[in-house]
Design a protein around this ligand. Structure first.
Ligand code: AMP
Ligand code: GLY
Length: 423
């Protein structure tokens, strides 16, 4: 089969890496890809949000199956566009992608179908939002209602902070804002493959959203991740499937927008049980990197089964080993990252045992040098018999990378490692 993977991040490198191992794959194309993906796929300089250009690429490359990595093309209906032209795609339609594209849509769906989530209000005017904030008081959460790459959210611990965040969002024309009850607890990611009717939970994973050690500083897209997440016990998984995932799958079908693809629930484990923080409609980045490292089964048949609506009774096998991914980001991230700096030592780092390095924002210079070209630049991953062992492998590789303009957290996996030490 000829495959097209859409995207250019560490997630897409991990997907291409896994798919390139499938005996079913004849040709693998990635648009637009990055310097690391070039080792396993043919790169096509096509903008993922240019639907006609992607369609033309499918025709030119005789593509049999398309895997869409990031949310932006899903939210604008890339899957609808390609499927209408006869190209099979893994990923939700535009209507189903609203689960991520509009926080208001997601919250209203939860309210209508009784899916546990934080209490909320939706506002199109600053004064209404401000009154709601004053009524409920801090801590409280202020969110822009749209895609914001994990950065449109303020978890305000004081009233002043909440009011300032609200004012900042409403300084933009046409702003829509969701104000939410603050949920306290441990945060966990949950992933399921969904075929419109049934859902197959994937291995558990957890990421670190804050930029700094000890989970401090501003939110990012994710500074590291690990799988399995010891907090996700089999009993909790069953509870999440019954109270959150399956009700959502049924709700979307009932709303006439059946969901197919990866449903990624951001959950808060509160004292009243798991509650939905947000839905994403694609694999997490960097959680995907750890999942792909642990996946023993061929990924492609599972993605095809989800698209074809035949996921029932499908099974996936996972390695017992833990995987841990440390994100190396460019100075400035999550603000404006510094671009064009040279990254050395990648071959040495990748030669470490039980290490795989996935590229995110990288480009190759003509002389072969690898340059940083984004915020999150590398996902340095280790495998080992425990999260602690996987962490040691990943940081051994990080320490071989010579990139003075890059940084990473030094404590990825700390919660899981603390749990491992208790047991
Ligand atoms: P979101 O993009 O909606 O998931 O929000 C980004 C991050 O903000 C989440 O990963 C949480 O860490 C935090 N957050 C979002 N909503 C809440 C909430 N209701 N209570 C506490 N923290 C939240
Ligand atoms: N790592 C979280 C995300 O992909 O949104």
């Amino acid at each position: 089969m000829n495959l097209l993977v859409i995207g250019s991040g560490g997630r897409e490198h991990a997907l291409c890496w896994a798919l390139s191992a499938s005996p079913l794959v004849n040709k693998l194309v990635c648009a637009p890809g990055n310097a690391g993906i070039a080792a396993v796929a043919k790169l096509a300089k096509v903008d993922p949000t240019d639907r006609d250009a992607v369609l033309q690429l499918c025709r030119d490359e005789h593509i049999d199956f398309v895997v869409v990595g990031p949310e932006a093309p899903l939210v604008i209906g890339l899957v609808d566009h390609l499927e209408a032209a006869g190209f099979a795609c893994f990923g939700p339609t535009k209507a189903a992608a609203q689960l991520e594209g509009s926080k208001g849509f997601m919250k209203d769906l939860c309210a209508k179908y009784g899916i546990p989530t934080a209490a909320y209000g939706r506002f199109k005017d600053a004064a209404g939002a401000e009154a709601f904030i004053r009524k409920h008081g801090a801590p409280i959460v202020v969110k822009a209602d749209g895609l914001a790459a994990g950065k449109g959210v303020t978890v305000a611990m004081t009233l002043d902070e909440a009011l300032a965040a609200n004012a900042a969002l409403f300084s933009q024309p046409g702003a829509e804002v969701v104000i939410e009850e603050y949920l306290d607890g441990e945060e966990i990611s949950f992933f399921a493959l969904v075929d419109g009717k049934t859902a197959l939970p994937l291995a558990s994973a957890q990421d670190h959203k804050r930029v700094g050690d000890g989970d401090t500083g501003p939110n990012t897209g994710g500074m590291g991740a690990y799988s399995p997440a010891p907090a996700m016990t089999p009993a909790l998984q069953a509870q999440v499937m019954d109270s959150i995932i399956m009700p959502t799958v049924r709700a979307m079908a009932a709303e006439g927008a059946p969901f197919k693809g990866v449903l990624f629930a951001g959950l808060m484990l509160t004292k009243d049980g798991p509650k939905l923080l947000e839905y994403n409609v694609r694999f997490g980045d960097p959680e995907c990197q750890t999942l792909m490292l642990r996946l023993k089964s061929d990924l492609l048949p599972a993605l095809m089964a989800a698209r074809d609506g035949v996921l029932k009774d499908f099974d996936l096998r996972w390695r017992d080993d833990a995987a841990l991914c440390v994100v190396m980001a460019a100075e400035g991230y999550p603000g404006e990252p510094r671009k064009g700096t040279v990254i050395a030592g990648l071959d040495d780092a990748a030669a470490e045992s039980d290490v795989v390095i996935f590229h995110a924002g990288t480009t190759a210079r003509e002389d072969g040098a690898i340059l940083a070209n984004g915020g999150r630049v590398l996902g340095v991953c280790g495998l080992g018999p425990s999260v602690r062992a996987a962490q040691a492998r990943a940081y051994a590789a990080v320490d071989k990378i010579r990139w003075p303009e890059g940084f990473c957290r030094r404590d990825i996996g700390w919660r899981a490692i603390a749990r491992e030490q208790q047991s």
